[in-house]
Design a protein around this ligand. Sequence first.
Ligand SMILES: Cc1cc2nc3c(=O)[nH]c(=O)nc-3n(C[C@H](O)[C@H](O)[C@H](O)COP(=O)(O)OP(=O)(O)OC[C@H]3O[C@@H](n4cnc5c(N)ncnc54)[C@H](O)[C@@H]3O)c2cc1C
Length: 429
Amino acid sequence: MPTQHIYWHTTVQMPDDSNLTSIPEKVDVAIIGGGYTGLSAARTLARNGVKAAVLEANTIGWGASSRNGGMVLTGLKLGMQSVMKKYGRDMAKSLFQCSLKSIDTVEQIISEENIDCGFARRGHLLTANKPKHYDALKEEVEFMEREFNHKLRLIPRAEQRSEFGSDVYHGALMDECSGGLNPAQYVAGLADAAERAGATLHARARVTRLGRGRGAGGFLVETERGSLSAESILVATSGYTGNVTRKLQQKIIPIGSFIIATEDLSDDLVKELIPKDRMIFDYKHYLNYFRLWDNRMIFGGRAAFFPETSNTIQRSAEILQREMIQVFPQLKAVKVEYVWGGTLDFAFDMMTHVGEMDGMYYSLGYAGHGVAMATYLGKTVAEAMLQGTIKEHPFNLFPFPLAPLGLYNGFPWFLPFAGAWHKILDWIE
Ligand SMILES: Cc1cc2nc3c(=O)[nH]c(=O)nc-3n(C[C@H](O)[C@H](O)[C@H](O)COP(=O)(O)OP(=O)(O)OC[C@H]3O[C@@H](n4cnc5c(N)ncnc54)[C@H](O)[C@@H]3O)c2cc1C
Protein backbone atom coordinates (compact mmCIF):
# COMPACT_ATOMS: atom_id res chain seq x y z
CA MET A 1 0.00 0.00 0.00
CA PRO A 2 1.29 3.50 -0.79
CA THR A 3 1.96 5.83 2.15
CA GLN A 4 -0.65 8.52 2.71
CA HIS A 5 1.79 11.37 2.34
CA ILE A 6 2.10 14.34 -0.02
CA TYR A 7 4.97 13.39 -2.31
CA TRP A 8 5.79 17.04 -3.13
CA HIS A 9 6.62 17.64 0.55
CA THR A 10 9.58 15.28 0.22
CA THR A 11 11.09 17.57 -2.40
CA VAL A 12 11.40 20.77 -0.35
CA GLN A 13 11.65 22.05 3.21
CA MET A 14 8.05 23.21 3.75
CA PRO A 15 7.41 26.08 6.17
CA ASP A 16 6.73 24.45 9.56
CA ASP A 17 5.47 25.57 12.96
CA SER A 18 8.66 25.13 14.97
CA ASN A 19 9.14 28.87 15.38
CA LEU A 20 5.73 30.51 15.76
CA THR A 21 5.83 34.28 15.26
CA SER A 22 3.64 36.16 17.75
CA ILE A 23 0.42 37.67 16.42
CA PRO A 24 0.80 41.46 15.95
CA GLU A 25 -1.66 43.75 17.79
CA LYS A 26 -2.59 45.78 14.76
CA VAL A 27 -2.12 45.45 11.00
CA ASP A 28 -3.42 47.18 7.91
CA VAL A 29 -4.56 43.94 6.25
CA ALA A 30 -5.22 40.56 7.86
CA ILE A 31 -5.14 37.79 5.27
CA ILE A 32 -6.95 34.56 6.16
CA GLY A 33 -5.27 31.58 4.47
CA GLY A 34 -1.61 30.90 3.66
CA GLY A 35 -1.73 29.49 0.11
CA TYR A 36 -0.97 31.10 -3.26
CA THR A 37 -3.81 33.65 -2.94
CA GLY A 38 -2.87 34.84 0.55
CA LEU A 39 0.89 34.81 0.01
CA SER A 40 0.79 36.49 -3.38
CA ALA A 41 -1.49 39.21 -1.95
CA ALA A 42 0.77 39.58 1.12
CA ARG A 43 3.83 40.01 -1.11
CA THR A 44 2.15 42.73 -3.18
CA LEU A 45 0.75 44.57 -0.15
CA ALA A 46 4.06 44.48 1.73
CA ARG A 47 5.98 45.69 -1.34
CA ASN A 48 3.64 48.69 -1.30
CA GLY A 49 4.39 49.53 2.32
CA VAL A 50 1.24 47.95 3.76
CA LYS A 51 1.48 46.05 7.06
CA ALA A 52 0.06 42.65 6.14
CA ALA A 53 -0.25 39.50 8.29
CA VAL A 54 -1.09 36.07 6.89
CA LEU A 55 -3.11 34.01 9.38
CA GLU A 56 -3.01 30.30 8.57
CA ALA A 57 -4.96 27.63 10.46
CA ASN A 58 -2.34 24.93 9.82
CA THR A 59 1.17 25.48 8.47
CA ILE A 60 1.94 27.93 5.69
CA GLY A 61 1.18 26.30 2.32
CA TRP A 62 -0.72 23.43 4.01
CA GLY A 63 -3.82 23.64 1.74
CA ALA A 64 -4.29 22.88 -1.96
CA SER A 65 -1.27 25.03 -2.81
CA SER A 66 1.23 22.32 -1.81
CA ARG A 67 -0.89 19.33 -2.88
CA ASN A 68 -1.91 20.08 -6.44
CA GLY A 69 -0.85 18.76 -9.84
CA GLY A 70 1.38 21.78 -10.53
CA MET A 71 -0.26 22.50 -13.90
CA VAL A 72 -0.08 26.18 -14.79
CA LEU A 73 -2.95 26.41 -17.23
CA THR A 74 -4.48 28.83 -19.71
CA GLY A 75 -8.22 29.48 -19.58
CA LEU A 76 -10.74 28.91 -16.80
CA LYS A 77 -12.48 25.81 -15.55
CA LEU A 78 -15.57 26.78 -17.58
CA GLY A 79 -14.72 26.51 -21.29
CA MET A 80 -14.39 29.84 -23.10
CA GLN A 81 -17.30 29.02 -25.43
CA SER A 82 -19.57 28.73 -22.38
CA VAL A 83 -18.08 31.88 -20.83
CA MET A 84 -18.80 33.81 -24.04
CA LYS A 85 -22.38 32.50 -24.27
CA LYS A 86 -23.04 33.46 -20.67
CA TYR A 87 -21.25 36.81 -20.33
CA GLY A 88 -20.71 38.06 -23.89
CA ARG A 89 -17.67 38.48 -26.10
CA ASP A 90 -16.01 41.44 -24.36
CA MET A 91 -16.15 39.91 -20.91
CA ALA A 92 -14.92 36.54 -22.23
CA LYS A 93 -11.98 38.26 -23.95
CA SER A 94 -11.05 40.13 -20.82
CA LEU A 95 -11.22 37.00 -18.64
CA PHE A 96 -9.19 34.96 -21.11
CA GLN A 97 -6.56 37.73 -21.17
CA CYS A 98 -6.41 37.49 -17.36
CA SER A 99 -5.70 33.76 -17.68
CA LEU A 100 -2.75 34.47 -20.00
CA LYS A 101 -1.51 37.21 -17.67
CA SER A 102 -1.80 34.80 -14.75
CA ILE A 103 0.85 32.53 -16.28
CA ASP A 104 3.07 35.55 -17.02
CA THR A 105 2.67 36.58 -13.37
CA VAL A 106 3.78 33.16 -12.11
CA GLU A 107 6.76 33.28 -14.47
CA GLN A 108 7.67 36.81 -13.40
CA ILE A 109 7.42 36.13 -9.65
CA ILE A 110 9.50 32.95 -9.98
CA SER A 111 12.18 34.84 -11.87
CA GLU A 112 12.16 37.97 -9.63
CA GLU A 113 12.22 35.91 -6.43
CA ASN A 114 14.53 33.20 -7.72
CA ILE A 115 12.15 30.38 -6.79
CA ASP A 116 13.61 26.99 -7.65
CA CYS A 117 10.45 25.03 -8.58
CA GLY A 118 11.15 23.66 -12.06
CA PHE A 119 8.75 26.04 -13.84
CA ALA A 120 8.74 25.58 -17.62
CA ARG A 121 6.22 26.29 -20.37
CA ARG A 122 5.86 22.65 -21.38
CA GLY A 123 2.37 23.04 -22.84
CA HIS A 124 -0.77 21.16 -21.91
CA LEU A 125 -2.76 18.48 -23.72
CA LEU A 126 -6.51 17.97 -23.42
CA THR A 127 -7.22 14.43 -24.58
CA ALA A 128 -10.40 13.12 -26.23
CA ASN A 129 -11.93 10.13 -24.39
CA LYS A 130 -14.34 9.48 -27.30
CA PRO A 131 -14.26 10.23 -31.04
CA LYS A 132 -16.97 12.88 -30.60
CA HIS A 133 -14.78 14.67 -28.04
CA TYR A 134 -12.17 15.06 -30.78
CA ASP A 135 -14.81 16.78 -32.98
CA ALA A 136 -15.49 19.15 -30.08
CA LEU A 137 -11.74 19.82 -29.74
CA LYS A 138 -11.57 20.69 -33.45
CA GLU A 139 -14.35 23.22 -32.92
CA GLU A 140 -12.54 24.59 -29.87
CA VAL A 141 -9.33 25.14 -31.86
CA GLU A 142 -11.25 27.11 -34.52
CA PHE A 143 -13.18 29.07 -31.89
CA MET A 144 -10.08 30.07 -29.90
CA GLU A 145 -8.24 31.24 -33.00
CA ARG A 146 -11.25 33.13 -34.41
CA GLU A 147 -12.38 34.84 -31.20
CA PHE A 148 -9.19 35.20 -29.14
CA ASN A 149 -6.44 34.90 -31.73
CA HIS A 150 -5.10 32.12 -29.48
CA LYS A 151 -3.42 29.35 -31.43
CA LEU A 152 -3.98 25.76 -30.34
CA ARG A 153 -2.90 22.61 -32.16
CA LEU A 154 -4.79 19.40 -32.81
CA ILE A 155 -2.97 16.11 -32.38
CA PRO A 156 -4.83 13.43 -34.37
CA ARG A 157 -5.04 9.92 -32.94
CA ALA A 158 -2.56 8.64 -35.52
CA GLU A 159 0.09 11.04 -34.19
CA GLN A 160 -0.65 10.95 -30.47
CA ARG A 161 2.10 8.43 -29.70
CA SER A 162 4.56 11.29 -30.28
CA GLU A 163 2.96 12.97 -27.22
CA PHE A 164 2.06 10.10 -24.88
CA GLY A 165 2.58 6.35 -24.76
CA SER A 166 -1.09 5.41 -24.76
CA ASP A 167 -3.74 4.33 -27.25
CA VAL A 168 -6.82 4.92 -25.10
CA TYR A 169 -7.46 8.44 -26.37
CA HIS A 170 -8.90 9.65 -29.66
CA GLY A 171 -6.50 12.52 -30.24
CA ALA A 172 -5.85 15.68 -28.25
CA LEU A 173 -5.66 19.46 -28.26
CA MET A 174 -2.37 21.13 -27.39
CA ASP A 175 -1.80 24.56 -25.86
CA GLU A 176 1.87 25.57 -25.83
CA CYS A 177 1.27 28.51 -23.46
CA SER A 178 0.66 26.42 -20.35
CA GLY A 179 3.39 25.31 -18.00
CA GLY A 180 4.25 23.06 -15.11
CA LEU A 181 6.02 23.41 -11.77
CA ASN A 182 6.51 21.70 -8.43
CA PRO A 183 3.66 23.18 -6.34
CA ALA A 184 5.24 22.72 -2.90
CA GLN A 185 8.55 24.24 -3.97
CA TYR A 186 6.58 27.11 -5.48
CA VAL A 187 4.44 27.84 -2.39
CA ALA A 188 7.47 27.58 -0.09
CA GLY A 189 9.30 30.08 -2.35
CA LEU A 190 6.29 32.39 -2.43
CA ALA A 191 6.14 32.32 1.38
CA ASP A 192 9.82 33.34 1.59
CA ALA A 193 9.19 36.10 -0.94
CA ALA A 194 6.22 37.47 1.03
CA GLU A 195 8.30 37.50 4.21
CA ARG A 196 11.26 39.15 2.50
CA ALA A 197 8.87 41.85 1.25
CA GLY A 198 7.90 42.54 4.89
CA ALA A 199 4.69 40.57 5.46
CA THR A 200 4.41 38.45 8.60
CA LEU A 201 3.28 34.82 8.34
CA HIS A 202 1.53 33.10 11.24
CA ALA A 203 1.05 29.34 11.28
CA ARG A 204 -1.39 27.67 13.72
CA ALA A 205 -3.41 30.88 13.79
CA ARG A 206 -6.86 29.70 12.75
CA VAL A 207 -9.24 32.64 12.59
CA THR A 208 -12.14 31.77 14.88
CA ARG A 209 -14.17 34.97 14.88
CA LEU A 210 -14.43 38.20 12.92
CA GLY A 211 -16.05 41.28 14.38
CA ARG A 212 -16.18 44.97 13.69
CA GLY A 213 -13.43 46.94 15.45
CA ARG A 214 -14.05 49.91 17.72
CA GLY A 215 -14.50 53.31 16.08
CA ALA A 216 -14.85 53.86 12.36
CA GLY A 217 -14.28 50.84 10.11
CA GLY A 218 -11.79 48.10 10.80
CA PHE A 219 -12.10 44.58 12.16
CA LEU A 220 -11.32 42.67 15.29
CA VAL A 221 -9.87 39.29 14.29
CA GLU A 222 -9.75 36.48 16.84
CA THR A 223 -7.37 33.62 16.22
CA GLU A 224 -6.46 30.50 18.17
CA ARG A 225 -3.30 32.32 19.26
CA GLY A 226 -4.67 35.77 20.12
CA SER A 227 -6.53 38.72 18.62
CA LEU A 228 -5.52 41.55 16.37
CA SER A 229 -7.17 44.55 14.81
CA ALA A 230 -7.05 45.10 11.06
CA GLU A 231 -8.21 47.89 8.78
CA SER A 232 -9.12 45.35 6.07
CA ILE A 233 -9.53 41.61 5.66
CA LEU A 234 -8.76 39.41 2.67
CA VAL A 235 -10.34 35.96 2.71
CA ALA A 236 -8.09 33.48 0.86
CA THR A 237 -9.40 30.15 2.16
CA SER A 238 -10.42 28.46 -1.13
CA GLY A 239 -11.82 24.91 -0.62
CA TYR A 240 -11.19 25.15 3.14
CA THR A 241 -13.54 28.11 3.63
CA GLY A 242 -15.35 27.61 6.95
CA ASN A 243 -18.14 29.18 8.94
CA VAL A 244 -16.07 32.17 10.11
CA THR A 245 -16.95 33.55 6.69
CA ARG A 246 -20.34 31.87 6.48
CA LYS A 247 -21.71 33.86 3.55
CA LEU A 248 -18.76 32.75 1.42
CA GLN A 249 -18.94 29.19 2.70
CA GLN A 250 -22.52 29.03 1.42
CA LYS A 251 -21.31 29.91 -2.08
CA ILE A 252 -18.45 27.41 -2.33
CA ILE A 253 -18.65 23.62 -2.69
CA PRO A 254 -15.57 21.79 -1.35
CA ILE A 255 -14.69 18.91 -3.68
CA GLY A 256 -11.95 16.32 -3.20
CA SER A 257 -9.19 15.70 -5.70
CA PHE A 258 -6.58 12.97 -5.25
CA ILE A 259 -3.15 12.10 -6.60
CA ILE A 260 -0.82 9.11 -6.63
CA ALA A 261 2.93 9.17 -7.33
CA THR A 262 4.77 6.11 -8.60
CA GLU A 263 8.24 4.92 -7.73
CA ASP A 264 11.16 6.18 -9.86
CA LEU A 265 10.76 5.04 -13.46
CA SER A 266 13.55 4.26 -15.90
CA ASP A 267 14.60 6.98 -18.34
CA ASP A 268 13.43 4.83 -21.25
CA LEU A 269 9.96 4.39 -19.77
CA VAL A 270 9.69 8.10 -19.01
CA LYS A 271 10.54 8.90 -22.64
CA GLU A 272 7.86 6.52 -23.81
CA LEU A 273 5.15 7.80 -21.42
CA ILE A 274 5.27 11.59 -21.90
CA PRO A 275 8.34 12.36 -24.03
CA LYS A 276 7.82 16.14 -24.13
CA ASP A 277 6.98 16.42 -20.44
CA ARG A 278 3.54 17.94 -21.10
CA MET A 279 0.78 18.52 -18.54
CA ILE A 280 -2.13 16.26 -19.57
CA PHE A 281 -5.80 15.99 -18.60
CA ASP A 282 -8.76 14.30 -20.22
CA TYR A 283 -12.18 15.43 -21.39
CA LYS A 284 -14.34 13.74 -18.73
CA HIS A 285 -16.31 15.37 -15.93
CA TYR A 286 -14.77 12.78 -13.59
CA LEU A 287 -11.46 13.67 -15.11
CA ASN A 288 -7.92 12.32 -14.81
CA TYR A 289 -4.82 14.54 -14.98
CA PHE A 290 -1.24 13.41 -15.14
CA ARG A 291 2.34 14.50 -15.68
CA LEU A 292 5.85 13.50 -14.81
CA TRP A 293 8.14 14.90 -12.15
CA ASP A 294 11.63 13.62 -11.46
CA ASN A 295 10.96 10.33 -13.30
CA ARG A 296 7.76 9.62 -11.36
CA MET A 297 4.27 9.50 -12.83
CA ILE A 298 2.02 11.90 -10.93
CA PHE A 299 -1.53 10.75 -11.70
CA GLY A 300 -4.59 12.50 -10.28
CA GLY A 301 -8.32 12.54 -10.49
CA ARG A 302 -11.61 13.22 -8.81
CA ALA A 303 -11.61 9.61 -7.61
CA ALA A 304 -13.92 10.49 -4.70
CA PHE A 305 -16.05 13.62 -4.57
CA PHE A 306 -15.83 14.18 -0.81
CA PRO A 307 -12.76 16.03 0.52
CA GLU A 308 -9.72 14.16 1.81
CA THR A 309 -10.00 11.78 4.77
CA SER A 310 -7.98 8.65 5.41
CA ASN A 311 -10.85 6.68 3.82
CA THR A 312 -11.32 8.73 0.68
CA ILE A 313 -7.54 8.81 0.16
CA GLN A 314 -7.26 5.04 0.56
CA ARG A 315 -10.11 4.37 -1.87
CA SER A 316 -8.68 6.88 -4.32
CA ALA A 317 -5.31 5.11 -4.34
CA GLU A 318 -6.94 1.94 -5.67
CA ILE A 319 -9.16 3.75 -8.19
CA LEU A 320 -6.35 5.95 -9.49
CA GLN A 321 -3.91 3.07 -9.86
CA ARG A 322 -6.51 1.17 -11.88
CA GLU A 323 -7.17 4.21 -14.07
CA MET A 324 -3.45 4.88 -14.53
CA ILE A 325 -2.91 1.32 -15.77
CA GLN A 326 -5.85 1.68 -18.17
CA VAL A 327 -4.13 4.72 -19.68
CA PHE A 328 -0.58 3.35 -19.43
CA PRO A 329 -0.53 -0.49 -19.32
CA GLN A 330 3.28 -0.12 -19.17
CA LEU A 331 2.85 0.84 -15.48
CA LYS A 332 1.13 -2.40 -14.46
CA ALA A 333 4.02 -3.71 -12.38
CA VAL A 334 5.15 -0.33 -11.12
CA LYS A 335 4.86 0.47 -7.42
CA VAL A 336 2.72 3.39 -6.29
CA GLU A 337 4.61 4.99 -3.41
CA TYR A 338 2.47 7.96 -2.39
CA VAL A 339 -1.20 8.94 -2.31
CA TRP A 340 -2.76 12.12 -1.00
CA GLY A 341 -5.77 14.35 -1.43
CA GLY A 342 -6.76 17.99 -1.27
CA THR A 343 -9.86 20.14 -1.54
CA LEU A 344 -10.96 22.19 -4.53
CA ASP A 345 -13.36 25.14 -4.40
CA PHE A 346 -16.24 25.18 -6.85
CA ALA A 347 -18.70 28.07 -7.04
CA PHE A 348 -22.20 27.13 -8.24
CA ASP A 349 -21.46 28.73 -11.63
CA MET A 350 -17.97 27.11 -11.82
CA MET A 351 -16.44 30.60 -12.10
CA THR A 352 -13.72 32.26 -10.03
CA HIS A 353 -14.96 35.24 -8.00
CA VAL A 354 -13.31 38.23 -6.37
CA GLY A 355 -14.94 41.14 -4.60
CA GLU A 356 -15.93 42.70 -1.33
CA MET A 357 -18.64 41.40 1.00
CA ASP A 358 -19.57 43.00 4.34
CA GLY A 359 -16.38 45.06 4.06
CA MET A 360 -14.18 41.96 3.53
CA TYR A 361 -12.32 41.23 0.32
CA TYR A 362 -12.21 37.72 -1.12
CA SER A 363 -10.80 35.71 -4.01
CA LEU A 364 -11.83 32.08 -4.52
CA GLY A 365 -13.68 29.57 -6.72
CA TYR A 366 -10.65 28.44 -8.73
CA ALA A 367 -12.18 25.00 -9.45
CA GLY A 368 -8.85 23.29 -10.10
CA HIS A 369 -7.30 26.21 -12.02
CA GLY A 370 -5.70 28.03 -9.11
CA VAL A 371 -1.95 27.60 -9.53
CA ALA A 372 -1.74 30.50 -11.95
CA MET A 373 -5.05 32.19 -11.16
CA ALA A 374 -4.68 32.31 -7.35
CA THR A 375 -1.22 33.83 -7.78
CA TYR A 376 -2.56 36.42 -10.22
CA LEU A 377 -5.74 37.25 -8.32
CA GLY A 378 -3.86 37.46 -5.00
CA LYS A 379 -1.70 40.12 -6.65
CA THR A 380 -4.42 42.01 -8.52
CA VAL A 381 -6.94 41.93 -5.66
CA ALA A 382 -4.21 43.38 -3.41
CA GLU A 383 -3.63 46.11 -6.02
CA ALA A 384 -7.37 46.78 -6.20
CA MET A 385 -7.51 47.04 -2.39
CA LEU A 386 -4.74 49.64 -2.53
CA GLN A 387 -6.43 51.61 -5.28
CA GLY A 388 -10.05 51.19 -4.17
CA THR A 389 -10.94 49.61 -7.52
CA ILE A 390 -12.24 46.16 -6.58
CA LYS A 391 -15.61 46.91 -8.23
CA GLU A 392 -13.86 47.23 -11.58
CA HIS A 393 -11.88 44.00 -11.29
CA PRO A 394 -12.76 41.74 -14.28
CA PHE A 395 -13.63 38.85 -11.91
CA ASN A 396 -16.06 41.08 -9.98
CA LEU A 397 -18.18 42.07 -12.97
CA PHE A 398 -20.61 39.13 -12.88
CA PRO A 399 -22.82 37.76 -10.08
CA PHE A 400 -21.54 35.30 -7.46
CA PRO A 401 -24.55 32.96 -7.13
CA LEU A 402 -25.93 31.17 -4.11
CA ALA A 403 -27.11 27.55 -4.40
CA PRO A 404 -30.27 27.07 -6.46
CA LEU A 405 -33.30 27.50 -4.14
CA GLY A 406 -30.88 28.26 -1.30
CA LEU A 407 -30.49 24.52 -0.67
CA TYR A 408 -26.98 24.67 0.79
CA ASN A 409 -25.70 25.75 4.16
CA GLY A 410 -22.03 24.81 3.70
CA PHE A 411 -22.42 21.03 4.10
CA PRO A 412 -22.27 19.47 0.62
CA TRP A 413 -24.96 16.79 1.16
CA PHE A 414 -25.52 16.56 -2.59
CA LEU A 415 -21.98 15.46 -3.50
CA PRO A 416 -22.78 11.74 -3.86
CA PHE A 417 -25.62 12.70 -6.25
CA ALA A 418 -23.39 15.13 -8.15
CA GLY A 419 -20.71 12.43 -8.38
CA ALA A 420 -23.21 9.90 -9.75
CA TRP A 421 -24.59 12.51 -12.16
CA HIS A 422 -21.11 13.26 -13.51
CA LYS A 423 -20.51 9.55 -14.07
CA ILE A 424 -23.76 9.38 -16.06
CA LEU A 425 -22.73 12.43 -18.08
CA ASP A 426 -19.35 10.81 -18.85
CA TRP A 427 -21.21 7.76 -20.10
CA ILE A 428 -23.65 9.58 -22.38
CA GLU A 429 -21.67 12.64 -23.52
C1 LIG B 1 -5.29 17.49 -5.62
C2 LIG B 1 -5.37 18.85 -6.26
C3 LIG B 1 -4.83 19.03 -7.55
C4 LIG B 1 -4.88 20.29 -8.15
N1 LIG B 1 -4.25 20.47 -9.34
C5 LIG B 1 -4.18 21.71 -9.89
C6 LIG B 1 -3.42 21.95 -11.05
O1 LIG B 1 -2.73 21.06 -11.57
N2 LIG B 1 -3.45 23.19 -11.60
C7 LIG B 1 -4.15 24.21 -11.02
O2 LIG B 1 -4.16 25.33 -11.55
N3 LIG B 1 -4.84 24.03 -9.87
C8 LIG B 1 -4.86 22.82 -9.28
N4 LIG B 1 -5.50 22.64 -8.09
C9 LIG B 1 -6.12 23.82 -7.45
C10 LIG B 1 -5.10 24.71 -6.75
O3 LIG B 1 -4.23 23.95 -5.97
C11 LIG B 1 -5.85 25.74 -5.88
O4 LIG B 1 -6.78 26.43 -6.70
C12 LIG B 1 -4.94 26.76 -5.23
O5 LIG B 1 -3.90 26.13 -4.53
C13 LIG B 1 -5.76 27.65 -4.28
O6 LIG B 1 -4.87 28.42 -3.52
P1 LIG B 1 -5.42 29.23 -2.29
O7 LIG B 1 -4.28 29.96 -1.70
O8 LIG B 1 -6.59 30.06 -2.70
O9 LIG B 1 -5.99 28.11 -1.29
P2 LIG B 1 -5.25 26.99 -0.42
O10 LIG B 1 -3.87 26.72 -0.88
O11 LIG B 1 -6.18 25.83 -0.35
O12 LIG B 1 -5.12 27.67 1.00
C14 LIG B 1 -6.23 27.97 1.80
C15 LIG B 1 -5.76 27.96 3.25
O13 LIG B 1 -6.74 28.57 4.08
C16 LIG B 1 -6.55 28.02 5.35
N5 LIG B 1 -7.72 28.33 6.19
C17 LIG B 1 -9.01 27.92 6.03
N6 LIG B 1 -9.79 28.44 7.01
C18 LIG B 1 -8.99 29.20 7.80
C19 LIG B 1 -9.22 29.98 8.98
N7 LIG B 1 -10.42 30.10 9.54
N8 LIG B 1 -8.16 30.63 9.53
C20 LIG B 1 -6.92 30.56 8.98
N9 LIG B 1 -6.66 29.82 7.87
C21 LIG B 1 -7.67 29.15 7.28
C22 LIG B 1 -6.35 26.55 5.10
O14 LIG B 1 -5.70 25.90 6.18
C23 LIG B 1 -5.53 26.57 3.82
O15 LIG B 1 -4.14 26.37 4.06
C24 LIG B 1 -5.50 21.39 -7.48
C25 LIG B 1 -6.04 21.20 -6.20
C26 LIG B 1 -5.97 19.95 -5.60
C27 LIG B 1 -6.55 19.78 -4.22
